[in-house]
Design a protein around this ligand. Structure first.
Ligand SMILES: NC(=O)c1ccc[n+]([C@@H]2O[C@H](COP(=O)([O-])OP(=O)(O)OC[C@H]3O[C@@H](n4cnc5c(N)ncnc54)[C@H](OP(=O)(O)O)[C@@H]3O)[C@@H](O)[C@H]2O)c1
Length: 236
């Protein structure tokens, strides 16, 4: 989860603020995930004024405390989710299936609930779905349900929270740590097979997805929209 927050920039970063503002980029930002060490590692790759928060996004109490402490900001981006797990119906445990909605769906829901009052005029919320909403495979019933629910939620929030813009990015396969639970050889075979099939002949890189989130923060006339970024995966 990332928050673009103008107010947190300190005075010795005024020049970068001005430059970023001219380029339409957020002037400063904060990130949150559940693991302090990973937050700290990510901060090392970000500008010095970026803020990092270790927050369990499965906990509404923790989410409420995070946003109460942040104050006003402009853009909320929600991408959190545990490593992907898939199961066919006959092997699927119902408690696990319900629980898998915890971070991806209910965490996003709670983040929007507690963030929205702090979002400044002109601000936006960008959520995350996935190609599985419309192109599921066997074993994807839970993941596909979450993606579909997220897209419906986005449209409902766009209506309820207007004029805050609420949109959602729907990625196809992207080379991110999401796939880390898969053995390396299996993962590389998956990427190679995908690259062969996709219209754009490569599996997505995180920076290619980041462009879509940035676009949805910067644009000013789209709300309730699903932006597919999948190498053409929806068409093959
Ligand atoms: N990568 C793909 O191929 C792909 C395709 C379609 C859709 N998506 C969707 O895109 C979204 C982002 O995926 P990604 O590829 O960026 O995955 P990722 O690299 O695994 O990132 C997910 C992030 O969620 C955080 N997280 C997990 N549980 C958390 C919790 N309880 N509280 C706070 N943070 C938590 C993780 O950090 P910590 O472990 O530090 O908490 C991690 O930084 C997910 O919803 C995913 O389903 C991804």
């Amino acid at each position: 989860m990332e928050c673009g927050a103008n107010h947190q920039v300190q005075s010795n970063h005024q020049n970068r603020r001005r430059r970023n503002h001219q380029q339409g980029a957020p002037e400063s930002f904060g990130i949150a995930s559940s693991n302090r060490a990973r937050v700290d590692a990510a901060l090392k790759t970000l500008p010095a004024d970026a803020e990092g928060h270790a927050v369990d996004l499965a906990s509404e109490t923790a989410i409420a405390a995070l946003f109460a402490g942040l104050g006003g900001f402009d853009h909320l981006v929600y991408t959190a989710g545990e490593n992907l797990q898939l199961a066919n119906l006959d092997k699927l445990d119902m408690d696990w299936a319900r629980g898998f909605f915890g971070v991806r769906y209910w965490g996003a829901f709670a983040a929007v609930k507690h963030a929205a009052p702090h979002i400044r005029p002109g601000g936006s919320i960008t959520l995350t779905s996935g190609l599985a909403a419309t192109r599921p495979h066997a074993g994807w019933s839970v993941a596909s349900s979450i993606c579909g629910a997220m897209e419906g939620l986005t449209r409902a929030l766009a209506v309820e929270l207007a004029p805050i813009r609420v949109n959602i990015v729907s990625p196809g396969v992207v080379k991110s740590p999401l796939w880390d639970a898969m053995p390396v050889a299996e993962r590389e075979a998956l990427y190679a097979g995908m690259a062969d099939k996709l219209l754009l002949r490569h599996v997505g890189e995180p920076h290619e997805l980041a462009e879509s989130y940035l676009y949805l923060m910067k644009q000013t006339y789209g709300t309730g929209q699903v932006i597919g970024v999948d190498g053409g995966g929806a068409l093959v």
